[in-house]
Design a protein around this ligand. Structure first.
Ligand SMILES: Nc1ncnc2c1ncn2[C@@H]1O[C@H](COP(=O)(O)OP(=O)(O)O)[C@@H](O)[C@H]1O
Ligand SMILES: [Mg+2]
Length: 256
């Protein structure tokens, strides 16, 4: 059964895009077929795979607004043997406003995904850093959500806020939505501050939300890889960061 997984956190810079891209790399390496959907108008994921934004002609924005004229199939680009991508560009920002007055506005992405769902083992949604209608669409389309959380003191409050929103979405639009877990990212190994922040997250979420045992460490390789249009498992397969994302992929599979 295909799993649709949203990478969400309304805070920016928590490793959503990095985690979606590299989880896709690790899952593909394990032999799974993956579709990535870039739902952030900033298009970091699209850029990370080296797709020029000016080349993105037909867009997710159009498909969301005119689903009878444009389907996801029309937008999908094959970027690797086992990875497809729905790219985006800044025009998606307009979708936010256009959706407000649209009918079934929370449901549009889910309905776009439905016809292609069975073509993949995993569909990963890279969300924008907001709690906007696009993110609501992602959470309404998803079977589960992964919350990448940068391991510092200020992140926990943000995660609490997100958990409240998820609770509302579960109640109002998607009762199937699971929380697969909080993924600690940008972990500065060997610093007390990171250890303490992690400990307080674990304590505060204990019994409520899974916190992945995998820690994604802070390394410069993870910023270099997308600049070379590569996943970390391609760019630096032997590096600890590639291992971090492989371990995350394995733990995610256990979690499903
Ligand atoms: N584990 C990490 N180590 C080092 N840099 C990271 C790590 N995770 C993310 N980054 C960098 O931090 C920035 C924000 O990450 P990104 O994944 O784009 O966050 P988001 O999508 O949540 O806004 C990017 O420049 C990215 O390369
Ligand atoms: Mg991002």
């Amino acid at each position: 059964m295909t799993k649709v997984i949203a990478f969400a956190n309304q805070k920016g810079g928590t490793g959503k895009t990095t985690s979606a891209m590299n989880a896709a790399g690790a899952l593909a390496e394990m032999g799974h077929d993956v579709l990535l959907i870039d739902i952030d108008p900033q298009a970091s994921l699209t850029l990370g795979f080296g797709i020029a934004l000016s080349k993105v002609e037909r867009t997710l924005h159009e498909a969301l607004m005119n689903p009878r004229e444009l389907t996801l199939d029309d937008l999908i680009v094959q970027v690797r043997e086992k990875i497809d991508l729905v790219p985006t560009n800044i025009s998606l920002a307009d979708a936010e406003l256009d959706l407000v007055s649209a009918r079934r506005r929370e449901d549009r992405l889910r309905r776009l995904i439905e016809p292609v769902k069975e073509d993949y083992d995993f569909i990963l949604l890279d969300c924008s850093p907001s709690l906007s209608l696009l993110v609501v669409n992602a959470l309404s389309a998803a079977d589960g959500v992964v919350i990448p959380m940068s391991t510092d003191y200020y992140s926990l409050a943000g995660v609490r806020l997100l958990l409240n929103s998820i609770d509302e979405i579960q109640y109002e639009v998607n009762p199937r939505l699971k929380i697969y877990g909080v993924l600690p990212t940008r972990y500065r190994a060997n610093t007390n501050i990171a250890r303490e922040a992690l400990e307080s997250v674990r304590q505060s979420l204990e019994g409520k939300v899974h916190v992945f045992k995998t820690l994604i460490r802070e390394t410069v390789r993870l910023t270099e890889a997308p600049a070379q249009n590569k996943t970390i498992t391609e760019y630096s397969p032997e590096h600890g960061s590639a291992e971090d994302y492989r371990q995350f992929a394995r733990e995610l599979l256990e979690q499903l």
